[in-house]
Each structure stands twice: as C-alpha cells, then as structure tokens.
Design a protein around this ligand. Structure first.
Ligand SMILES: Cc1cc2nc3c(=O)[nH]c(=O)nc-3n(C[C@H](O)[C@H](O)[C@H](O)COP(=O)(O)O)c2cc1C
Length: 158
C-alpha cells in the first residue's frame, strides 16, 4: 500500500512520531510548512487563538499529491483542544484529493477525541486507524509509545 505521512509540528514532537511511522510503514512523508513564525510565547498565543477560532493558516504548497497514494496518514499537535491551524488548512485544501486516511495527534494530555472528530468533520472520511500520544511518552520513548505505535502500524497493514 503506497502510504504518505503528512504532519505539522511546531516543536518537534509530532515530527518524531511521523518519522517513526514513515520508517515502520516504509512510507513517504510531507511536512506542512506554515509561513507564519509560530515560535516563542507570541507564536504560542497566535496558535492557540487560531485553533480556537478555527482559522486557516497560510501554508506552503505541498510537494506531494495525496491522490497518488492509497493511504494518507495525517498528524497534528493538539492546540486549545482542537486541530492545529496548519493541519486544518491542509485538510481543507486537499480534502477532494485524499484517499483512505488515518489520523494521529500529539498532546500535553487531553483533547484527542474532539480533535479526531474535528478532522473527520473537515474531510468527511472515516480514519481506518487513530493514534494519540502524549509528548511525555514520545520524549521518553516509553513502552506506551512503542506499543501504541506498533498497534497503529499493524492496524494499517491489516
Ligand atoms: C497553542 C497550543 C495549545 C495547546 N493546547 C493543548 C491542549 O488543548 N491539550 C493538550 O493536551 N495539549 C495542548 N498543547 C500541547 C501540544 O499539543 C503538545 O505539546 C504537542 O505534542 C506539540 O507537538 P509539536 O511539538 O509537534 O508541535 C498545546 C500547545 C500549543 C502550542
């Protein structure tokens, strides 16, 4: 199955998960690049506000066409109990081109159910698998992280 892992990551946690997934599944990957600098405390504040208001971001045009894949796995950090603005933008812009999908998110600790519901609402496609991880599990490379990653990968591989 030709698979693409698409993700946005402000501080590296979601990127780390995306890289592991791409490796496990021999998938290609695409990082969503936001043209707005979201670093630092001001970046944190803009990001929370954008997510809460469901605002779209200005992202760079993707390099890969999702329609060329059998499955696209989409990963987002949770912002203010919502999907991050760059991932909301990607989903909105690419929804017609998306094949089968799976979702993953990273978070401090809460909000993943709402985020997956929100991602579904944007593209109206049910994910074949979902994965939620805390930043602590990802940073610590814990057994929980490895276990969840494996079961997600297995589910995808059928
Ligand atoms: C603006 C903002 C809002 C956040 N809101 C939440 C939240 O509602 N729930 C939560 O569990 N974590 C929240 N977090 C924490 C991030 O989801 C978490 O640190 C994530 O792993 C960061 O991923 P990244 O390093 O790929 O950017 C928030 C982070 C930011 C920047």
């Amino acid at each position: 199955m030709k698979t693409l892992v698409v993700f946005y990551s402000r501080t590296g946690t979601t990127k780390k998960v995306a890289e592991k997934l791409a490796e496990n599944l021999s998938a290609e990957s695409e990082e969503i690049i936001d043209t707005l600098d979201r670093s630092g405390i001001m970046g944190y504040l803009y990001s929370g506000r954008d997510a809460m208001r469901r605002r779209l971001a200005k992202i760079k045009a993707p390099q890969k066409n999702p329609a060329d894949f059998d499955l696209v796995i989409i990963g987002t950090p949770i912002w203010a109990w919502n999907v991050s603005a760059p991932v909301r933008t990607y989903l909105t812009q690419q929804r017609e081109k998306l094949p089968q999908v799976a979702f993953f998110c990273t978070m401090g600790g809460s909000g993943y159910k709402k985020v997956f519901r929100e991602m579904y609402k944007i593209i109206r496609k049910k994910p074949i698998a979902v994965l939620s991880l805390t930043e602590r599990d990802v940073a610590g490379n814990t057994e929980t992280f490895k276990g969840k990653l494996n079961s997600f990968s297995k589910k995808i591989q059928g």
